[in-house]
Design a protein around this ligand. Sequence first.
Ligand code: PLP
Length: 422
Amino acid sequence: MKKVPFVTKEQLEEIAKVYPTPFHLYDEKGIRANAKALREAFSWNPGYKEYFAVKATPNPFLMEILKEEGCGCDCSSYTELMLSDAVGVNGHDIMFSSNDTPEEDFKLADKLGAIINLDDITHIDFLEKTIGHIPETISCRFNPGGVFLISNGIMDNPGDAKYGMTTEQLSEAFRILKEKGAKVFGIHAFLASNTVTNEYYPVLAKILFEQAVKLKQETGVHIGFINLSGGIGIPYRPEQEQNDIYAIGEGVRRVYEEVLVPAGMGDVAIYTELGRYMTGPYGCLVTKAIHEKHTHKEYVGVDACAVNLMRPAMYGAYHHITVAGKENEPCDHMYDVAGSLCENNDKFAIDRMLPEIEKGDYLVIHDTGAHGFSMGYNYNGKLKSAELLLCKDGGVKLIRRAETPADYFATFDCFEVGKKLI
Ligand SMILES: *Cc1c(COP(=O)(O)O)cnc(C)c1O
């Protein structure tokens, strides 16, 4: 499918007059419509809830929009918990799915009344010692090991993943937790990431539902919810076909009817913790071409770099690029699109066929709405960009200002020279 940006060149020129490039821009309309469709796809399950994975795009303005669309928050750290609380998402509207968890994090999660999802059996003891009790509602993260298969092959390798408990540990954990007073139990598993197939959730659901039936029979606990976690992906490449969320919801419903209902577990709520799927396609990184270089290859130098979007440098991930205003021109030039870091992997695209790029052109880097800005860092003393929201009324709102040198030097306040710099 041809990938078209959600903004035009004319809009970008107007925005750039006020907010210089680079910046991340998010599309409120797209985020809301997508969240509605997800809710609809799972509306067959009365207890259904999406807990937005805050780490994907930890911006309170976007979290508020998702809250209005009925989402809770999936957090995994102290500051993510603080952010959720700041937008008024707390209590059981927070799922705390952390791993290698520090004491302070469990304390805050408990204080906010979050549902705590334990990554390991040893965390039962750790949690009890840390917060002084075991919550009535508790969840455990499952890792069946081995490889995760769907019809066309291996999808991921849970056996190599650091997360979750083994089958035996899960039963044991439920027994211990029940003895310690837990009443409502959940199970959770995240077995494959960025899946672009309608099969992932139904196959995962089957594994979890069967496990839940077994756990109920073995330990007699009440399973209140099953958390399918994140992992529904987006088509980063134009040739990929996008997931059909209605087919996915229906696929999960069928497995629910097949496995849970006959076991007398037709009251189990389904939860999800999607991140990428919720915001990924509804954000882009806008950057300006500031140099061209003709050496052994053809380079376009832009004013963004890997600190603004790490995925291409880190994973070799593909992000589609549109040259604003040249949407319909032939892609007859091959470029490496590079940022300014002193790192040769700081390239948004390698050997990419694009229309001829001139200095001053705006490049729209697609699908940066999740795991984009949030993975940013400050290498080479580079500063993080602004985040802007294209509101549903067509206006543009600053939802995070760009960093300034003062922000960069702020943590040197312990050092004389730091004070001078600021
Ligand atoms: C990262 C993460 C998610 C979200 O993953 P996506 O791939 O963005 O959907 C959900 N749950 C947990 C525990 C995670 O670590």
